[in-house]
Write a protein that binds this ligand. Structure first.
Ligand code: NAG
Ligand code: NAG
Ligand code: NAG
Length: 327
């Protein structure tokens, strides 16, 4: 898969530009094997797991290869590092040069909804490995909460919906939220310090709606935040702002389907119900083939529901900033 390849290349880059170069590693005299089993005895599986984690932290290579390296070198960490690097050279894992400047491409999208306010945030890190770390997820949570507090402090416009974006530097300056000191920038620095990877507070979007509007949402690859029940984390997120004249019971379901469509079909604008139906390459949302039933357009799906789509926001983790805003 593409993601795997990117991670793979990245790990190589890490290794290659790391403090110990191939030469210095290879010049070191081999250590006697099994020295790491000294000290308090752990069960065989626990200690080999620790070794594996350590080797992976040291080198950044994949679990599979680190495991193979440890097996080949009888559990000797130093030898395993050397073996990994030799393999990397031999098998040409060095396609990484073109990845420079793609430092923080992984990470998570966070979606937080409270009453009539919805926020979508993106925080980036260098590897998918770190994005699955609880401390990284807590950072995403702080960013979502900070954005929510900022948004709730804004004056409401009661007649229509409002939507806004925050860029990286604006996010950095926001207070971190109810239970943390300082700004989001301080939280970012703490997380970078703890996890040892570069990270970016990439962007945030917020939407506030008065009655008569509804914000549908969807997060792809969703997982619940560890400690905030209404925060959802994933790799893609969408908000779809709808206007509806009647109180409908299935709005949540329709909103989720609209969000799925936006994530899957990546429209660039809403368009109008009068537009001609478009094909696969269509970028106007209402004219696109409906993701869940391509025999009709999204407009044909949504119109009989008594709901009109007025706007949307789509975040894809790691995408270029220029594609972030609609229109
Ligand atoms: C972020 O937004 C602020 C306010 O709109 C602007 O002054 C600043 O230049 C932006 N920063 C970046 C890095 O785009
Ligand atoms: C971290 O990432 C940011 C944004 O991509 C970049 O501007 C900065 O130089 C990076 N810092 C380091 C230490 O690589
Ligand atoms: C959002 O809800 C709050 C509390 O229910 C209300 O005071 C506020 O006016 C609402 N905002 C908008 C934009 O309707």
């Amino acid at each position: 898969m593409d993601l795997k390849k990117i991670l793979w290349d990245f790990f190589f880059l890490l290794f290659e530009t790391g403090s110990h170069s191939a030469g210095s590693l290879l010049r070191q005299s081999p250590q006697p094997r099994h020295t790491l089993h000294a000290g308090p005895r752990l069960s065989a599986s626990a200690s080999s797991k620790e070794l594996l984690m350590k080797l992976r932290r040291n080198t950044g290579y994949s679990f599979v290869n680190c495991k193979k390296a440890l097996e080949t070198c009888g559990g000797d960490l130093k030898q395993a590092e050397i073996w990994l690097h030799k393999q990397a050279q031999k098998e040409g894992w060095s396609k990484a040069a073109k990845l420079q400047g793609r430092k923080t491409k992984e990470g998570l999208i966070g979606l937080l909804q409270e009453g009539n306010t919805t926020v979508l945030v993106e925080v980036n890190c260098e590897t998918d490995f770190v994005s699955r770390n609880l401390k990284f997820q807590q950072l995403v949570q702080q960013v979502a909460l900070g954005t929510m507090m900022y948004c709730q402090s804004l004056k409401d416009q009661l007649s229509t919906y409002s939507k806004g974006f925050l860029n990286s530097s604006e996010l950095s300056g926001l207070p971190a939220g109810p239970d943390r000191d300082g700004s989001l920038k301080d939280q970012l620095a703490l997380a970078i310090g703890k996890l040892g990877e570069n990270m970016t507070l990439k962007r945030a979007a917020w939407v506030k709606v008065p009655s008569g509007f509804y914000v549908g949402s969807y997060v792809h690859g969703a997982m619940q935040s560890p400690s905030l029940h209404n925060l959802v984390l994933g790799k893609y997120g969408a908000l779809v702002i709808c206007e509806t004249s009647e109180q409908k019971t299935n709005l949540e379901d329709i909103g989720r389907r609209l969000g799925q469509h936006v994530v899957g079909m990546a429209p660039l604008s809403v368009g109008s119900l009068d537009d001609e139906p478009g094909g696969e390459a269509e970028t106007k949302m209402l004219s696109q083939p409906y993701l869940l039933d391509p025999s009709i357009t999204l407009g044909q799906y949504v119109q009989p529901q008594g709901v009109s789509v007025v706007d949307f926001v789509r975040f894809e983790c790691g995408e270029g900033e220029e594609a972030a805003e609609t229109e």
